[in-house]
Design a protein around this ligand. Structure first.
Ligand SMILES: [Zn+2]
Length: 313
């Protein structure tokens, strides 16, 4: 089905920046973009936001970024429509206390920033990029080929090993998230780590040598014991926790007989459209609820409620 409007509203997607992917090796350009740049600073799990008059700003000036701390890594996020450079910058997690003590900043995790709407929606994409990319840098300081230290290159979009000349590129891990549909019902499940009352779609990582469709069918079988047929792509969402992309799909269940994988899931059950509506609006009598709109699962459930089995057309 064609859902372009949906795609534009998914949290962490929809960047307004030109990522300049072909020009990251142009040192002169990168240097010029550094002038008057906006710096998105992350310390451990928290972003540093500068306090403005009545709001917060994730794009710190150079002076503000310097107060936040010496960068461990920096990376070019892109250029905005005014030609201004945007950079990601990691500082040591130990800086958090000093940043908070300064008074001019707050330090907040990305999920809270999104839930509380602390920055403009299109900027969440920059924060998501910064978080995933800087996490990758932190975990790839040594060459996976020869074990020697690696060094950031291409404005933060590659790491090079001087010892064996290997080049390492940032990774994003594909994860399928699928809403199984059986007639007028869909399958919702609970993982033990979910907050009490929250039910969501099934999900799992795509394995090497597997198509998205195969991963959807395998996970549906493994987690719920359900054989499945048609798979319909819905939309995708960057999910920087720590560095995934969620590939949202609907999958046609060939049976409604559940056999739950009790290691992966606490519970799973078929839910009618009416009950889904109550879960989406937070009015369910048992206080069951769907994930919030910042998660693609919310939109999968909402789209099923609105379209029923037409999601496969
Ligand atoms: Zn190496």
């Amino acid at each position: 089905m064609y859902i372009s409007a949906q795609e534009a509203t998914l949290t962490y997607a929809g960047s307004a920046l030109d990522r300049l992917s072909e020009q990251r090796g142009d040192a002169k350009l990168i240097q010029s973009l550094r002038q008057n740049a906006r710096n998105f600073v992350i310390a451990g799990e928290a972003f540093v936001l500068a306090k403005r008059e009545s709001s917060f700003d994730a794009g710190l000036t150079d002076e503000e970024a310097a107060i936040a701390g010496e960068p461990l890594e920096t990376a070019l996020l892109g250029k905005d429509r005014n030609g201004r450079g945007h950079f990601a910058r990691a500082v040591a997690a130990e800086r958090i206390d000093a940043i908070k003590a300064h008074g001019g900043f707050i330090a907040v995790d990305l999920r809270s920033i999104a839930l509380q709407g602390l920055v403009p929606p299109e900027e969440l994409s920059s924060l998501a990029t910064a978080k995933a990319l800087l996490f990758w840098h932190e975990r790839h300081r040594f060459c996976s080929n020869c074990g020697q230290p690696t060094k950031s290159a291409q404005a933060g979009w590659r790491r090079d090993c001087a010892a064996c000349s290997a080049q390492h590129f940032p990774r994003t891990d594909p994860c399928v998230i699928m809403l199984a549909v059986h007639g007028e019902q869909c399958l919702l499940a609970r993982q033990t780590r979910f907050p009490p009352g929250m039910w969501s779609a099934l999900a799992g990582f795509v394995e090497p040598g597997e198509s998205f469709e195969e991963a959807v069918r395998r996970e549906t079988m493994e987690e719920a014991g359900i054989p499945s047929g048609r798979v319909a792509y819905f939309a995708s969402q960057p999910w920087p926790f720590p560095m995934s992309i969620m590939i949202g799909c609907f999958v046609e269940a060939k049976s409604d007989k559940l056999k739950i994988d009790e290691v992966e899931l606490e519970a799973a059950r078929w839910v009618t459209k009416d009950e889904c509506r109550l879960m989406l609006s937070g009015t369910h009598p048992a206080r069951f609820f769907a994930p919030p709109p910042l998660a693609i699962a919310h939109h999968l459930i909402k789209t099923f409620v609105e379209n029923g089995v037409n999601v496969f057309d």
